[in-house]
Design a protein around this ligand. Structure first.
Ligand code: HEM
Ligand code: HEM
Length: 210
């Protein structure tokens, strides 16, 4: 009903819902982005604090708890994407399409790697892996404390790479939106139709590319 009204109000140019990510995918995408940035920011903040201080340990405790949340969001996202989630057609063609696909798969792989390594890091530190102190996830493998350094190193590398790749990915999305003025970013944003209705003449501007 709403989309029909929107279509009428915008002269029949409401968005084609099949070419837009569904609400669940959008929610999971933006929650992932927020969590990744927060997790990285926490690690940068505690790096300025002396080792063993309550604030530093507290920030690490929050980092691990939010990390568990990220793991849950990631698993839900992958299940949703492979299962009931909407299959959207590629937003671009040719080489750009291939590059976008590679970056998306790389981001999924990096997310999985950083999460798995984060879990292993905590287990190797011999510190309980808890979600805000509520539940402790037991280690499936008897990690030795000496392994913590190497695992932590790998976790750091994956975390840093994810920030760089996600930064380029976000820059590409903003480039599409503000320079190429196409719909790539809007596919991941709700209420695109509302913006179109609210901005009379937007279609004419799009048609003339101005
Ligand atoms: C994209 C998500 C994540 C990012 C960007 C991230 C980033 C970082 C960074 C930069 C460090 C500092 C490493 C160092 O200085 O050696 C760190 C430490 C750590 N991370 Fe993550 N992390 C993420 C997810 C996770 C997850 C999912 C977990 C586990 C649930 C986790 C557990 C840990 C632990 C246990 C530490 C060590 C804290 C300490 O020194 O006691 N991280 N993380
Ligand atoms: C850490 C942060 C981020 C991560 C890990 C991430 C990850 C991803 C992944 C894996 C996809 C592919 C979705 C799929 O088709 O399965 C995606 C799509 C997308 N992301 Fe992000 N993203 C992040 C931040 C951002 C930011 C900040 C923006 C915008 C400024 C953005 C804009 C988009 C857009 C527009 C799409 C859809 C592209 C298309 O339709 O081809 N992302 N993101």
């Amino acid at each position: 009903m709403t989309s029909r009204l929107v279509a009428e109000a915008s002269g029949g140019a409401a968005r084609d819902e099949r070419a837009v990510y569904d609400g669940m995918e959008m929610a999971l995408h933006w929650t992932t982005a927020l969590l990744v940035v927060t997790l990285y920011a926490l690690s940068q903040i505690w790096s300025f604090l002396p080792r063993g201080t309550p604030v530093r340990l507290g920030l690490q405790w929050v980092h691990v708890s939010l990390g568990i949340l990220l793991a849950a969001v990631l698993v839900t996202r992958i299940v949703w994407r492979l299962g009931p989630g909407r299959r959207v057609p590629p937003a671009t063609t040719g080489l750009t399409e291939v590059a976008a696909q590679i970056v998306h798969y790389l981001l999924y792989a990096l997310l999985l790697a950083v999460v798995v390594l984060g879990f292993c890091f905590r287990w190797a530190q011999q510190v309980p892996l808890t979600f805000f102190g509520l539940l402790a996830i037991p280690s499936p493998y008897p990690f030795a404390k000496e392994q913590a350094g190497a695992i932590g190193n790998l976790h750091w590398w994956m975390a840093t790479t994810i920030i760089v790749v996600a930064g380029l990915h976000a820059a590409a999305a903003l480039f599409h939106h503000f320079v190429l003025r196409d719909d790539v970013l809007l596919r991941m944003l709700p209420h695109r139709h509302a913006r179109r209705v609210a901005a009379p003449g937007a279609e004419a501007r799009e048609a003339t590319g101005r």
